[in-house]
Design a protein around this ligand. Structure first.
Ligand SMILES: [Zn+2]
Length: 206
């Protein structure tokens, strides 16, 4: 009589996860690696540059007429540059920089300057970035996996968020934001906006 092995329940992994000790979760190729985002920027006619001049700033977006330039601090890690770039693109896509007297946004590390004091817009740009970068199927797979050994739905969601964050290389807060806003996507999804083969200035804000 053959013995069917019981599926291994990664107890230690679970505990490690909860304690925040497991840092080397498998990473998978992401939908929008920074190079793909930069290529998309070219199509949107958004210039991207990395600057060593930003110390306390993560990034900024400046527009003038048809020109848009996103500057990102060169001291950031690649994953942070990617998120910052996506966030700045969100400001452009959402029309935050239209009709603003000083058409630029600076992103501070902690204390935002200028227009970033508009918390609603900051959150909106973060949500836009989250919906661009978080892959729903990654979260769904993780949740399904976690639910095999975690009955409590809140704890399962937290676990799945942490797993997803590591895999798609984003902070947990972005995954959380995505999850919270899952049912209220934008009229035009961020991916649709970014893939549309037209310059950013050709999009009319609805
Ligand atoms: Zn911003």
């Amino acid at each position: 009589m053959s013995h069917t092995p019981t599926p291994t329940i990664p107890e230690r992994a679970i505990q490690g996860d909860l304690a925040g000790q497991r840092r080397s979760a498998p990473r998978r190729p992401t939908l929008w690696p920074i190079l793909a985002l930069r290529e998309a920027c070219q199509i949107k006619q958004v210039d991207y540059e990395e600057t060593p001049e930003f110390v306390a700033l993560r990034g900024a977006v400046v527009t003038c007429g048809q020109t848009a330039i996103i500057s990102v601090s060169s001291s950031l890690k690649d994953d942070e540059k990617r998120l910052t770039l996506a966030h700045e693109l969100g400001h452009i896509a959402l029309g935050h920089i239209r009709g603003v007297p000083a058409p630029y946004l600076w992103e501070g590390q902690d204390a935002p300057l200028s227009l970033t004091q508009d918390k609603d817009r900051e959150r909106e740009a973060d949500i836009w970035a989250a919906h661009l970068l978080v892959e729903p199927e990654v979260y769904a797979e993780n949740l399904q996996h976690v639910q095999e050994f975690e009955q409590d739905s809140t704890r399962a969601a937290v676990q799945a968020m942490r797993q997803t964050a590591r895999q798609v290389r984003l902070p947990v807060r972005i995954i959380k934001l995505w999850l919270k806003t899952r049912d209220c996507p934008f009229e035009e999804t961020p991916t649709t906006w970014l893939r549309a083969p037209s310059a950013w200035s050709q999009h009319e804000r609805k």
